[in-house]
Design a binder for this molecule. Structure first.
Ligand code: HEC
Length: 203
C-alpha cells in the first residue's frame, strides 16, 4: 500500500523497518466483516434455531443430529426389506435336519469348505476342525463370525468361497462343524502352532 503522506508514521522500528498507519484494504476489511456476519448466521442456523422446540421457524431441523437421522432414514428407505425375515437366534442347532443341511453346505461347491478342511473336517489347507484345539475360538458365536469374515490373507474367503450364506445357513454350518467335535478322522492335519485355544466339552 502506498502512503499518501496523510498517515502518521508509527513509532516502532524493527531493524530499521518502519510502518505507516495505513487503513486496511477495503476488500480485506469487507471479507473480515463477512466472516463475522457468517459466523453469527451459522450459529443461529445450526445451533440455536435447530432444536425440536424451534420447529415453528422456517429454518427447520438443521442440527447435526437431525440431519444424520434424516439421512439414515432415507438410506433405510432405499434398502430392500430383508428376505431372511427377523434375525436368527444365535443358538447351537442339534436337530438332525439342521445338521444335515449344515453338512450339505460344508460339502457344497458353492462354499467350498470341504476343499480346504476335508469332508471329514480332518483338515488339509485349513486346520483340523474336529479336535479341541482352535486358532480363533470355538464358541458358536466365534465360529459364525470366523466363517462370516473368513481369513482372506490365509486363503479362506468370507463364507469360505465368498458366496454369501444367510444367517440361518451360517448357524447350520457352524453347528455342523461343532457337531464333529471328537470324531477323530484318520490322518488329520497335524496341529498348527497357532491352534492354542483349548476347548473342552460343549461350547
Ligand atoms: C480356500 C481354503 C478354505 C476354504 C474354502 C474354507 N476354509 Fe476355513 N480356514 C482355512 C484356513 C487356511 C484357516 C486358518 C486361518 C488362519 O490360519 O488364521 C481356516 C480357518 C477356519 C476356521 C477357524 C478354525 C480355528 O481353529 O479357529 C473355521 C471355523 C473354518 N475355517 C470353517 C470353514 C467353513 C465352515 C468353510 C466353508 C463355509 C471354510 N472354512 C472354508 C481355509 C479355508
Amino acid at each position: 500500500m502506498g502512503n499518501n503522506d496523510k498517515e502518521p508514521l508509527l513509532d516502532h522500528d524493527a531493524d530499521g523497518i518502519r510502518e505507516y498507519d495505513n487503513s486496511l484494504p477495503r476488500w480485506w476489511l469487507y471479507g473480515f466483516y463477512f466472516t463475522i456476519i457468517m459466523s453469527v448466521i451459522y450459529i443461529f442456523y445450526y445451533h440455536v434455531y435447530s432444536g425440536p422446540d424451534w420447529n415453528f421457524l422456517w429454518y427447520g431441523e438443521k442440527s447435526q443430529e437431525a440431519e444424520y437421522d434424516a439421512e439414515v432414514a432415507a438410506a433405510k428407505a432405499l434398502m430392500p426389506a430383508s428376505p431372511k425375515g427377523p434375525a436368527v437366534k444365535m443358538a447351537l442347532l442339534t436337530d438332525q435336519e439342521s445338521l444335515s443341511r449344515g453338512k450339505t453346505i460344508f460339502n457344497s461347491t458353492n462354499n467350498l469348505c470341504f476343499t480346504c478342511h476335508r469332508s471329514d473336517l480332518g483338515g488339509q489347507i485349513g486346520p483340523n476342525l474336529t479336535d479341541q484345539f482352535w486358532m480363533h475360538g470355538c464358541s458358536l458365536q466365534e465360529i459364525v463370525k470366523n466363517i462370516t469374515s473368513g481369513f482372506p490373507e490365509k486363503g479362506m474367503l468370507p463364507f469360505g468361497s465368498g458366496n454369501k450364506l444367510s444367517d440361518r445357513e451360517l448357524l447350520e454350518v457352524a453347528s455342523y462343524v461343532l457337531s464333529n467335535r471328537g470324531t477323530n478322522p484318520p490322518n488329520p492335519k497335524p496341529r498348527e502352532e497357532e491352534r492354542e485355544i483349548e476347548c473342552n466339552g460343549d461350547s
